[in-house]
Write a protein that binds this ligand. Sequence first.
Ligand code: FNR
Length: 381
Amino acid sequence: HRLARARSLGDLRAIARRRVPRAVFDYVDGGAESEISLARARAAYRDVHFHPAVLRDVSQVELGRVLLGKQSELPVVLAPTGYTRMMHHDGEVAVARAAARAGIPYTLSTMGTTSVEDLVAAEPTGRKWFQLYLWRDRAAGEDLVKRALAAGYDTLMLTVDTPVSGARLRDLRNGLTIPPMIGPRTLADMALHPRWWANLLTTDPLSFASFGSWKGTAAELADSLFDPGAGIDDLRRLRDAWPHSLVVKGIQTVEDARMVVDAGADGVVVSNHGGRQLDRAATPLRVLPHVRAAVGDRAEVFVDGGVRSGADVAAAIALGATGVLVGRAYLYGLMAGGERGVDRALDILRTELTRTLRLLGVAEIDALPNGHATLGDPAAG
Ligand code: FNR
């Protein structure tokens, strides 16, 4: 059917756009302020030049790689995204099931609409990471960490690029609230997307109420919870409290990468939150090689922002990433067709990555970081 005809993540995005209310699509698709960071993230991938090797045996291609101590079937991690049940009523559970089938880690967000325990109960087999924001209410944050540990999450990801929410102008213009509310504005939308609304109305409202009986914009909610006073000592405390892998997400300079690795991080995610926080923040793909050079083998280096194809994944790995995180790529699939849509998004990435490796003359992902890609025009020196 329709999903099978989607040949690229761009095709899935086009289906998603028709399936959900505009405010929901824009929440996923958009970025902060003038969306300069968002556009630059994509532009950087267009600046990649591959340098293929020929006459190499690529009959068998190995896409698997060890990420933070465990084998992953692809060098891809599903990024934490908030309010996933807003994109599709099956929400986090659908995404985690697709990740488990693909043999890759799924990261549950602090702002998720499924609890750490409910997710594991619904999908007990796949590898799960938990993403934490530093809350003003430290006791509540510590409680979340304990629950994630008890529920079997094997990696904790601390997001640090969010002292306050970025200004997502599309959301403000669309009047998006958490949970989505029915009002004069949404009535017309209901007529256009009856199935989405019906599903939302039959979704347990409690799944949106894990923050109390919150009603307001996502930015207001974030600002009420997140602590702009968080510092490096908070990371050190977390290091003491968490016995497994600890990753810091939202690193944007070499200096900060060194700082958090010195404080005990096992990995960093070079990320500007998919262009949703500080606009004009440096482009992660361009910062990546410098961070890799600075931390060397002391930590694993992930990158995210703008990954929309298997070729993008190959480019990031060739430029020094241990693995990539994808956010919108799977959310487009989720909005387009629920769990099957996420499956389709991951199939597309796998097919494209396999083909790219073969065309590069590389039989295994571990052999890729070997001068097979450069950023910028090589002829220009
Ligand atoms: C996010 N992101 C995010 N990050 C995080 O640490 N906690 C969160 O709750 C969220 N929520 C969230 C919601 C939505 C709708 C999006 C699109 C993104 C950022 C996310 O983890 C990741 O850094 C970006 O999505 C990467 O960029 P791409 O792959 O979406 O281009």
